[in-house]
Ligand binder design. Sequence first.
Ligand code: FCB
Length: 474
Amino acid sequence: MTTQETRIQTPDLVFPTGFVWGAATSAYQIEGAVSEDGRGRSIWDTFVQQPGRVVNGENADVAIDHYHRYRDDVRMMADLGLGAYRFSVSWPRIQPDGSGAINSKGIDFYSRLVDELLASGVDPWVTLYHWDLPQALEDAGGWPSRETSKRFADYAAAVHDALGDRVRNWSTVNEPWCAAFLGYASGEHAPGRREPAQAVRAAHHLLLAHGLATSAMRAQRADSRIGGSVNLYAISPQTGSEADLDAARRIDGLQNRFFLDALLKGEYPADVLADLAEMTGFVQDGDMEVISAPLDMLLINYYSRFTVSGTPGGAASAAAAPTGTGSPWVGSEDVSFVEGGRPVTAMGWEIDDSGLHELLLRVAREYPRIPLVISENGAAFDDVVGADGVVHDRERLNYIDAHLRTCHAAIEAGVPLEGYFAWSLMDNFEWAWGYGKRFGLVRVDYGTQLRIPKESALWYAGTIRRGGLSGPAE
Ligand code: FCB
């Protein structure tokens, strides 16, 4: 029990009744069992085998073995009092080659997981795509190919058909910015291509996939709540100079507005299309209507703020990528990312809860009437196991506390924020960084697979129990 818990039992900052308290994971980062029960290969299975792609050549063949330990993991979620658990479905478990017949064993796994969650009082929130594209679809062109969007809609409908009777909340595509620009421009993520023009097409097709899937799922059931997950950043120009203001406009355009405007206004921002110059021209008649089909909620992943400059010579990206990569900032490769002078996490990401406040207010103002959910927020730190066997991760606890305070303030200011999911429930495979970066509320010993809730997890459990935050911010 933490001092905060013993100090005050009644929260000072009470969240609205019904506020969703959750934690999130994704399939490839936790499941392991990559060759079991008919699972096909994904682009990440291929990518991790290529030398130099992942720190220390690590892979997620075993990951944290959630595929076999899901019952214990759900019990732990219930013990922590989680209201909801956001996980993703692995497409190659459902359709090993990305199309055609459904692998019933794949569906069975998620069906059992959903049943276990419901029986434990934890609401399942399903994400349909968290970056593990079936390799066969990449071989046929990947996200730069329009066909992939159609395949995704079929897959989404199959999963929704199987689980929609028990799962109410659905997210289509997680962070299309990452899937498109890290996957196809910088090459930091699978499939590791460095083809900027193809990355822009990929972004459009990921959004189209979202839209086609949304329509397909709506046709199946009217009571599902459907949203897409975008990773938004607060963006600051380094100075008020024209060059820095333009740099901020460009990065805000590519990172935030490209996705928000498409999803919620049915158009791409004209200035971003101009920045992308001849790399456009892939939008077909009717696409934008499909992409902007009405949503029940917008899921926002927030981690940090970027400070940018139009003066070349600074870092080419906000945080150093672990492997040698190109720029993800297609059409704006000359923008420099400079230090904003804030403390950083183990990822080198600046800690700035005011950025979340700014974003929530902005989204609520510029894209009104859509309920919002924070679908990811959290931090990696170099955790140390104390002599008592516990990780006293005060930095992570303080990070989440600060961001939750911001959420509360935003709600008070009228933002329709309905829930918060901490990233991540457990330490796991952090993509190109491998296992070196720990984001979990729960520590995982990668040798024994033992799960031990960190101090932040116990604190979060207390926060959930009380329905709010107690005491002054630290
Ligand atoms: C997000 C991803 C998630 C995890 C966190 C740290 O961009 O959605 O899988 O990697 O960052």
